[in-house]
Design a protein around this ligand. Structure first.
Ligand code: NAD
Length: 274
């Protein structure tokens, strides 16, 4: 159902890889709500080809850019401004990757060259994207920038590994740049801390299946899925949330505030009695 919440708005969506990606769902919802969008991802992921289906559906151009590379981000922003013929109203940063996670290296054994990559791709890229947008004065007044995070930034979740450190940095960057963007351009910057979600990045995390079940059993409303996340991002891009900034917003069915639910407690006791 469309509420026309983004009628006349224009945005860049980073990170749609396949139809499971959170960014994919956000792109579809944004267009449904009346927005015009530009899709971007790395050249390698574009070669996988699936994003073309989304581009056709959304009537959107695809512009390749590695979000860790300033020159490529600059070219992306220039091309986007040209394409829209004006400023950008919203940006979704939906990017994450850890070579340590991919190679099953445990936290106490972190490979530091890989850690640099994790931090660059999953956190510093957010700063780089915002720095380019800032310098080019590319965001319209009352624009909105959102990045996706996870509760492991605050609490320890075994298996989330160095992505936890990356998310803590990502959330801090949102606060720091949010102060600057708000002061200078009346643009808001927030992170959405999403439930575990079965996507390519999500499935790469050790024990993800169990985590999905555990989180679902602990959350009074159950896990938020990618479609729910897209709905929430749309509200943050809309004019209904103009004064929300520098926040890490939990979108997790209540998980972050729970200690114990009957379901989790019963399963734990049943496991002990076996
Ligand atoms: N899946 C989950 O459980 C979950 C939970 C909370 C937060 N998140 C976050 O949501 C975001 C989106 O992940 P997803 O779950 O949709 O998985 P996904 O694998 O579909 O998306 C990750 C995207 O990052 C892109 N990417 C990687 N390196 C890049 C680079 N250098 N430049 C530009 N793009 C690059 C990939 O191509 C891919 O499109 C990530 O920030 C992730 O950490 C995911």
């Amino acid at each position: 159902m469309s509420y026309n919440l983004l009628k006349g708005k224009r945005g860049i969506i980073f990170g749609a890889l396949n139809s499971e990606s959170i960014a994919w769902k956000v792109a579809e919802r944004a267009v449904e709500e009346g927005a015009q969008i530009v899709l971007t991802n790395t050249a390698v992921s574009l070669r996988l080809g699936e994003i073309k289906t989304l581009a056709e559906k959304c009537n959107a151009p695809i512009i390749a850019a590695d979000a860790t590379n300033i020159e490529e981000i600059e070219a992306l922003v220039d091309k986007t401004l040209d394409y829209f013929g004006g400023k950008i109203d919203f940006v979704l940063h939906s990017i994450g990757m850890s070579p340590n996670v991919r190679k099953n290296i445990e936290y106490q054994d972190l490979n530091y060259a890989f850690l640099d990559k994790t931090l660059d791709i999953s956190a510093l890229s957010f700063h780089k994207v915002m720095q380019v947008l800032y310098k080019k004065q590319a965001l319209a007044e009352w624009g909105s920038i959102v990045a996706l995070s996870y509760i492991a930034a605050q609490r320890t979740f075994v298996g989330y590994n160095d992505m936890a450190d990356a998310k803590a940095l990502l959330e801090s960057i949102a606060r720091s740049f949010g102060a600057v963007f708000g002061r200078d351009f009346k643009v808001r910057v927030n992170t959405v801390s999403q439930s575990p979600t079965a996507t390519t990045a999500g499935k790469g995390i050790k024990g993800m299946e169990g985590m999905l079940e555990f989180a679902n059993a602990l959350s009074p409303l159950g896990n938020a899925d990618a479609d729910n996340c897209a709905d929430y991002c749309i509200t943050l891009f809309s004019d209904l949330t103009r004064k929300v900034t520098m926040q890490n917003l939990y979108h997790d069915g209540g998980f972050s505030t729970m200690g114990l639910s009957e379901e989790v407690f019963k399963a734990f006791i049943a496991g002990k009695e076996k």
